[in-house]
Design a protein around this ligand. Structure first.
Ligand SMILES: Nc1ncnc2c1ncn2[C@@H]1O[C@H](COP(=O)(O)OP(=O)(O)O)[C@@H](O)[C@H]1O
Ligand SMILES: [Mg+2]
Length: 260
C-alpha cells in the first residue's frame, strides 16, 4: 500500500492535535499498520507521548532531530527512532523548531523542504501511515507540513473559543491548495467534549454548517485518564485499554482508515 501522509493541524493551541496524533498513531498499529510519527512542534508534546522527559530533552537538545534535518535538508530516514511500541517509529522534535521559519526563509522552494526530506521514506513504502503533528501557527513551517501531506485532520475543541479562528485555518488551506492541489481536508474531529454541559452540541452544529467539510462521527470526551497516560508518557490504549477514551480513539482510528 502507498504510504499515506496525514497531518493534524489547527492554529488554535489546546485543540487536541498532539493527543489525537499520538493516539491515532498507536491505534493504527493495533490495526496492523506500520506508522511513522513526526513531531513538528517545539513543544515536543508528541515526543512526550512516547518518551520520558529526559529522553525527549536529549533528542531535542542534540542534532538527531527534525530541526537539524530540515535546516540542512537531510534525508529524514536517518533521523528515525523506535518508540517502545512495535511498528511505531518517530522523528523527534527540537526546542529550536521555534526558529525554523527563519531557516526556511532563504531556501529554494521553501514550502517543499519537508516533502523533499520525506521523499525517500515514502518511496521505500516502509510505512502505511506517516502522521505529522503541527504547531498552533499558520506560517511557512505549517505550510511545509501541509504541502508534505496527502490529508489534513483538524481537531476542534468543543468550547466557545474552539471555533474562533477556524476561518483563518480554512483560508490558509486555500492558499496551500494553490501550491499543493491534491491536499485533502479529511475532516474535523471534535475533542475534549464535556457531555455534562450542552455546549458541545453547538460545536457540532457549527461544524456541520460548513459546506464540504466532513465531521467525524466519533468525538473524544474529556477524560482524566488521557492526562494520566500523558503523565506516564504512554498512549491511552497502552496505559488503560479499557478506558472510555481508549475506545473512542480506537473508533476514530477505524473511521480514519475506512474513510476514502
Ligand atoms: N480527551 C481529553 N481529555 C482530557 N484532557 C485532554 C483530552 N485531550 C487533550 N487533553 C488535554 O488538553 C490539552 C491540549 O491537548 P493537546 O493535544 O496538547 O492540544 P494541541 O496539540 O492542539 O495544543 C493537553 O493538556 C491535554 O492533556
Ligand atoms: Mg500540540
Amino acid at each position: 500500500m502507498k504510504t499515506q501522509v496525514i497531518c493534524f493541524a489547527n492554529n488554535k493551541g489546546g485543540s487536541g492535535k498532539s493527543t489525537t496524533c499520538a493516539n491515532v498513531g498507536y491505534g493504527l498499529t493495533q490495526l496492523g499498520k506500520k506508522v511513522l510519527l513526526i513531531d513538528g512542534d517545539m513543544q515536543l508534546n508528541l515526543s512526550l507521548s512516547f518518551f520520558t522527559d529526559d529522553e525527549v530533552l536529549e533528542y531535542a537538545q542534540g542534532t538527531d532531530n527534525l530541526y537539524h534535518a530540515i535546516r540542512n535538508q537531510k534525508d529524514l530516514k536517518n533521523y528515525i527512532i523506535h518508540t517502545p511500541y512495535e511498528n511505531l517509529d518517530m522523528i523527534p522534535s527540537s526546542t529550536l523548531m521555534s526558529s525554523i521559519e527563519y531557516e526556511l526563509f532563504t531556501k529554494w522552494q521553501r514550502e517543499f523542504i519537508l516533502k523533499k526530506c520525506l521523499s525517500s521514506i515514502i518511496e521505500s513504502e516502509a510505512y502505511d501511515y506517516i502522521l505529522i503533528d503541527a504547531p498552533p501557527t499558520l506560517g511557512g513551517w505549517v505550510m511545509n507540513i501541509l504541502c508534505a501531506s496527502d490529508k489534513v485532520i483538524i481537531p476542534v475543541e468543543a468550547t466557545p473559543w474552539g471555533l474562533f479562528g477556524l476561518g483563518n485555518m480554512f483560508e490558509f488551506l486555500e492558499q496551500v491548495k494553490q501550491m499543493s492541489p491534491d491536499l485533502e481536508v479529511m475532516g474535523t474531529v471534535v475533542t475534549k467534549v464535556d457531555t455534562r454541559k450542552n455546549y458541545f452540541k453547538q460545536t457540532f452544529e457549527s461544524l456541520r454548517d460548513l459546506e464540504d467539510i466532513h465531521v467525524f462521527e466519533t468525538y473524544i470526551r474529556v477524560d482524566s485518564s488521557v492526562e494520566w497516560s500523558q503523565d506516564n508518557n504512554m498512549p491511552i490504549m497502552a496505559y488503560r485499554r479499557s478506558s472510555r477514551s481508549a475506545q473512542e480513539y480506537m473508533a476514530l482510528t477505524e473511521e480514519i482508515v475506512n474513510r476514502k
